[in-house]
Ligand binder design. Structure first.
Ligand SMILES: Nc1nc2c(ncn2[C@@H]2O[C@H](COP(=O)(O)OP(=O)(O)O)[C@@H](O)[C@H]2O)c(=O)[nH]1
Ligand SMILES: [Mg+2]
Length: 495
């Protein structure tokens, strides 16, 4: 990843500190410096069977994480860039046990040591997708299999319950950004469970600034065979975003399965041929086959059962329906074109944009903020001599004008999580100021010329100062002063 401005200077500060602090703090400083040099670390959290591993495969563009039940799916797995593909199982003593990828290029379902003794599966892949992103797949819950079709039961349970296992908790705590995967509508009491999970993570590591929720398996929402789930999925996701607005910045609806199939290149020419054959069946027969998964594999007709099962596994009924509809209108469609259409239907394009915005554009700030909060925590717990050194270094960084984005991000995190309540419009203004460099977006203007932007920034600065000095609670005043300075610096930049 191209190191950003903030990350680079915090890394420089770490280098400076290593020669000065005591041995115990040096370990933390070196750890922070090493982490700054790495790509952004994103933990994928959520209930068992929510589709986390499927999503991870889609993100890294290869089917490497097993999605069936196997002992390895019970261990936290980290996917990072490496010059060659390799897997090491790290046991609880820290010892490495190398394992080869299985014949299908996946993590083998059985491990060289018992799953309970494994702390982490460390997967290095020479996949370009991982140059910018390290992905951590977590088992999430200790509880056993929850049947997705048992919607009613699942609705009553929290998407992320309190029995998060320790390894998953640690993986989330060590990540700079979090993706929560849900499969059902979020209820009020679910939010508490999610927050309990978020609180397990360190300081800056979880807030709407760096957390995103995915509403997965929206294909299961299709009101009837072959019907489009998106008209239902959009409003539900928007609704969830409202419920979860204190925990995540957005809820993106996706069909993870279709994204995996498309992104990992799993649809073969033979699959496409089979789909073409099915598209050619008369309408009655096709409708019968597509009425349920059972009927799809058991109804007499062309295409052998093994191939039909494969299609179900790769596309599920909605994906098959979708493909057949396209093949009927355009029988000569090429496999590549069909894959492109499936990808578009997976909701992943919107996810990619959101990921790029959150984890790409904000990565520099998220990582620098994470590093500073680690150093600050080290100052609090380290020997007194280091305390002043570490605090001094952190404070000198935060005091420089170009670093004002860090206190701004913290202020925005406090406001967006509801810890410091503000009227809705002011809350949105803080978030915009913290998260984007585009003056028009921050100021809510449309393509305004610079002098007008500058006037608006000065006006906003004055407004926040007036708020800080009158009527605001002490906590609100602290936020308002940070925002005031933010607008003041913006006005200077525009001047
Ligand atoms: N229909 C459908 N099935 C999905 C989707 N995403 C994942 N699955 C299936 O759900 C099951 C559990 O997925 P997995 O990724 O192993 O869940 P995890 O336990 O959260 O890692 C697998 O059989 C997946 O194929 C989806 O978007 N739609
Ligand atoms: Mg999994």
């Amino acid at each position: 990843m191209v190191a950003g401005q903030l990350t680079t200077s915090v890394a420089g500060m770490c280098e400076d500190l290593t020669g000065k602090v005591s041995d115990s703090s040096r370990t933390v400083v070196e750890d922070v410096a090493a982490r700054l040099a790495q790509p952004l670390r994103v933990a994928v959290a959520g209930r068992l069977k929510a589709g986390k591993s499927t999503l991870v495969n889609a993100l890294i563009g290869r089917r490497v994480a097993p999605t069936a039940a196997g002992e390895c799916t019970r261990v936290v797995t980290q996917f990072r860039y490496g010059p060659a593909d390799r897997i090491d199982v790290i046991d609880r003593t820290g010892a490495k046990h190398p394992v080869p990828l299985d014949a299908g290029g996946m993590i083998p379902t059985s491990l060289p040591i018992p799953a309970d003794d494994a702390q982490l599966i460390d997967v290095q892949l020479s996949s370009d997708r991982l140059r910018d992103l390290t992905v951590v797949d977590t088992p999430g819950l200790q509880s056993v299999n929850t049947d997705i079709s048992d919607a009613a039961r699942q609705m009553l349970k929290a998407p992320i319950a309190e029995d998060v296992d320790d390894d998953s908790r640690e993986a989330v705590a060590g990540a700079e950004a979090i993706i929560y995967v849900f499969t059902q509508q979020v209820r009020g009491d679910d939010v508490e469970a999610l927050e309990a999970f978020a609180n397990a993570s360190q300081q800056l590591s979880s807030s709407p600034m760096n957390s995103l929720a995915l509403y997965n398996k929206v294909d299961k929402l299709a009101p009837g065979p072959g019907q489009d789930p998106w008209p239902v999925a959009g409003p539900i996701a928007a609704d969830q975003a409202g419920v979860l607005k204190r925990a995540v910045c957005d809820v993106v609806p996706v069909v993870g399965l279709l994204a995996e199939t498309a992104e990992a290149g799993l649809l073969t020419a033979a699959d496409c041929e089979a789909l073409r054959t099915l598209a050619g069946l008369d309408e009655e027969k096709r409708a019968l086959m597509l009425a349920s998964a059972d009927l799809f594999t058991s109804t007499d007709g062309p295409v052998e059962v093994g191939q039909r099962r494969r299609l179900l596994e790769r596309l599920d009924l909605y994906g098959i329906h979708f493909a057949l509809a396209h093949l009927q209108t355009n029988p000569h469609i090429a496999t590549g074109e069909l894959v492109r259409l499936l990808f578009a239907a997976s909701g992943f394009p919107r996810l990619r944009t959101t990921l790029h915005q959150i984890f790409g554009v904000r990565a520099d700030v998220i990582k620098a903020g994470w590093a500073l909060s680690r150093l600050d925590a080290a100052a609090a717990s380290g020997p007194p001599a280091d305390r002043d050194l570490l605090r001094g270094a952190v404070e000198s960084v935060v005091a420089r004008p170009e670093y004002h984005r860090l206190p701004l991000l913290e202020a925005a995190a406090q406001v967006t999580t509801g810890r410091v309540p503000l009227p809705e419009q002011m809350e949105a203004e803080v978030a915009r100021l913290a998260l984007t460099d585009d003056a028009n977006v921050v100021l809510g203007l449309e393509e305004a010329p610079r002098p007008q932007q500058r006037r608006a920034a000065i006006e906003a600065a004055a407004r926040w100062r007036a708020f800080a000095n009158g009527g605001a609670t002490p906590a609100q005043a602290r936020v308002a002063n940070v925002v005031h300075r933010g607008f003041h610096l913006l006005a200077q930049r525009l001047g």
